[in-house]
Every structure is written in C-alpha cells, then in structure tokens.
Ligand binder design. Structure first.
Ligand code: ATP
Length: 407
C-alpha cells in the first residue's frame, strides 16, 4: 500500500488508500476512521488518536491543535491573530525561512522546564507523518511483515487535500512541513472540493452515467469544523470541471459550539451570580470543558425529532457543578446569525457557474456539520429544493477523492 490520500481537517484527519479493489479508509490503532488533528508535545509526544479527549483538556499547554488555520500565515496576519485567540497554547513569531515576515511557531515547555519553539508547519508535518505510520502499520499487517518493515511500507505517493481558499504561501507551508519531518513520498496537493467531486464522479463515470450532450451539474456543500464551501462541478464522460467555488471561513461547526458555549456561560451567571471566566488564555480548561459539552449537546440535537439535550459539567469552576437542559428551539434561534451566512456563497456560486438550481442534478452535502438538522432545512429553503443528497460519506469524501487522484 504505497498510494494514499489525506484529508487534514481542523478537527479530524482521514487517510484513505487506493488499490485495485477500490478505495479504503484506513482505521487507526483505536479502530476509528477519524483521527484528531492534534499533537501533544509533553514528554510522551503522542499524536492523533493517542490524544484522547480528556488528555487534550488536561494537557492544554502542550496539546497543539488548529494547525490548519495557522499554517503558512504571517504571525501578524489578522487571520492568524484571530486564530491564536482561540487556542490555549502559546504562539510566538519566528523568522521566516525565505526572509518574509515572521511566521507562527508554538512554544512548549517540557517537564524539566525547558522551552522548545516549533514552527506550526512542522506540527502539521508531524500529523501527516503520524497518518503515514497508520497506513504503513496497516500495510504491514496485511502483508504479514514484521514491525521493522513498517518504514519500508511507508506511503510512497501522497495526495494531501487542502482548502480551496489556501494561498500559495499556505500551500508551500504544508509541503515544507512534510519536508521538515522527512516524509519520503512524493507529495501532491489537491483542493478538498475537487477531491469530493472526484470521489463522487469517478465510479459514476465508469458506469457510464454521464453524457457528452448534457453535462451533469452537481453542487457540493461542505461544512466541517471551521469553514463552509459551496462548489459546482460539471461531469461529462471522462471529464470533471469545477465551474465555480466559494468559501466562507467564518462559519463552521465550531461556531455552533461557540453559540452553545456562550449560552452556558450566561446561564452559569444566572444560576450562581458569578461570572464564568472561560477565555482561552486565562481559563483554558474551563473553555475546553464548556466547548466539549457544547459539541456533545450540538450532536445530540442534530437529528430530527430531538427537542432537548442535557448538559452536565462537573466542577466547572471553583468546584461548582453545572447541569441544565438545552432546548433545540433556543439553539436554532441563537444560530440565526450563522445560518444567515449560508445564502451568499450559494448564490455567488450559482451566478459564477451561470446556472440556476433547476440546472443541478443534485446537491450533495458533506462535512461533519452538515448533520445539523436545521442547517439542512435552511439549505433546502435557500435552494428551494425538497431534498439534499447524502449519498457520500460526510467524513470520508475528501480523503477518498485524494486517494483516487493519487492512484
Ligand atoms: P474543516 O473542514 O474545517 O477542516 P474538519 O475536516 O475537521 O474541519 P469534519 O471532520 O468534516 O471537519 O467535521 C467536524 C465538525 O462536524 C465538528 O464541528 C463536529 O462537531 C461536527 N459534527 C460531527 N458530527 C456532528 C453531528 N452529528 N451533528 C452536528 N455536528 C457534527
């Protein structure tokens, strides 16, 4: 197994391998398909699935996350500054290798009190390497070779998916991160939305479902943890054209978590008459606990028919427990400002493709956040359609498409 496709998400990474039998998502050591995009720089140096939920909270200073939204940006770039406000670890500027403005590095302290400065692209490279080791271990098991052969089975050809909104500097930083950690294979980059479109179309094309006379136009709507992307692709026999694409990186699953998190903080004040300090830099553990509870409640409320979720936070602040019921009607109402951001990219993408909804053969939704029930309803309203198509695996379409491109 030497050819792989990798989706590096803000929250989750997925690796798929293409072979003669098709494409398979590779399971990690915990038999999960999704791998947390985290590296823990405490003395254990654990990564991905080894950094379990509670570890990532207790080791907040050394557990590095959100690399995807920091890599390749200048330290002073407003996007980097905004992202750094969200993370509980320390970021510092470091001189850029090519002499440009300083870029972002993380500062971690070991148990001996020694500081290490690590460029953020190196952290990203480490996650890519970790994912490669997962693929190599799988290949080693499949071939019956012993563990020392794992290095030889390390993927030789990678396609790494990146967001369509990445700049050239961000693309170069991803490749540089792979180089720093010594990943041996060839690395090619591919846009996440193109990967999704390829995963959608390739087998339909083999089954001859497309015609030359009338291209099949499909809209893909992707919302993961940190961004929302709308793409229109046209399929003809043997040909895929991305006609238009627009992203909004100010709306994603984490923004829905924030909505619930802010509500929890308000209700805590009402109950205890004390302000709940949960700023990422001053009270990171409180913030991480609240966001974990918010994400759990969000997922509970996603399916149709569920009306409320219980939120239980033990020892949230000064040993105070906080237990409350959260209603979906309140959640939907509070999410209105986020839902209002969904329309503009859809309209713009249709306009740029010179198409209307009637010209689309289907609208496919992917990315973990498209499971939110009222978000789906809002998308249907905007598009004026009865159903959105969920034929693709919401978590795996990007890695599968990247693996197909690499095959
Ligand atoms: P990005 O695409 O921004 O890089 P990512 O690839 O890590 O992020 P995904 O793995 O596609 O993102 O999705 C993760 C997001 O989906 C998280 O915000 C998570 O809370 C959300 N999510 C997952 N399952 C559900 C669910 N059942 N209901 C609501 N949200 C969900």
């Amino acid at each position: 197994m030497s050819v792989v496709g990798l989706d590096i998400g803000l929250q989750n990474c997925v690796i798929a391998a293409a072979g003669r039998g098709g494409v398979d998502v590779i399971l990690n050591g915990n038999s999960n398909r999704l791998n947390p995009a985290m590296v823990n720089f405490d003395d254990s140096r654990k990564m991905g699935e080894q950094v379990a939920g509670s570890t990532s909270i207790s080791k907040f200073k050394t557990c590095i996350r959100n690399m995807k939204r920091l890599v390749g940006l200048a330290f002073d770039d407003p996007r980097a500054q905004k992202e750094m406000k969200r993370v509980p670890y320390e970021c510092v500027p470091i001189p850029h290798a090519s002499g440009g403005p300083p870029s972002v590095a993380v500062k971690v302290t070991n148990s001996e009190g020694e500081d290490t400065i690590i460029p953020i692209e190196q952290v990203l490279g480490m996650i890519v390497h970790h994912m490669g080791m997962i693929a190599a271990k799988k290949a080693s098991e499949a071939s019956g070779s012993n563990v020392t052969d794992v290095a030889a089975l390390f993927p030789q050809d990678w396609v790494i998916a990146i967001p369509p909104y990445y700049t050239d500097a961000q693309r170069r930083a991803v490749l540089n991160g792979c180089k720093i950690v010594g990943i041996p294979g060839v690395q090619r980059l591919m846009h996440e939305n193109t990967a999704t479109a390829l995963a959608y179309g390739i087998f339909k094309d083999i089954r001859k479902e497309f015609t030359k006379e009338k291209p099949t136009n499909v809209m893909f709507i992707d919302m993961g943890a940190s961004a929302y992307t709308v793409t229109i692709a046209a399929f003809e026999p043997g040909k895929l054209t991305i006609k238009s694409c627009n992203s909004d990186d100010s709306v994603g699953g984490r923004d829905f978590d924030d909505v619930i998190g802010n509500w929890i903080a308000e209700k805590f004040v009402e109950k205890y008459g004390k302000k709940l300090s949960c700023a990422p830099q001053s009270k990171p553990k409180v913030m991480l606990k609240i966001l974990a509870a918010a994400e759990k409640a969000k997922k509970t409320l996603s399916p149709q028919g569920v009306k409320e979720a219980s939120i239980n936070l033990e020892c949230l602040m000064e040993d105070l427990d906080f237990n409350i019921m959260f209603k979906k009607t309140d959640y939907e109402e509070m999410s209105a400002p986020l839902l209002s951001k969904l329309e503009a990219p859809i309209k713009k993408t249709l306009e740029e493709a010179k198409l209307t909804t009637a010209d689309l053969s289907s609208v496919e939704i992917v990315g973990g956040s498209t499971r939110i029930g009222f978000l789906k309803k809002k998308l249907q309203e905007i598009l004026g359609i009865e159903t959105l198509s969920t034929t693709m695996n919401a978590d795996e379409s990007v890695s599968r498409g990247a693996a197909l491109q690499s095959a």
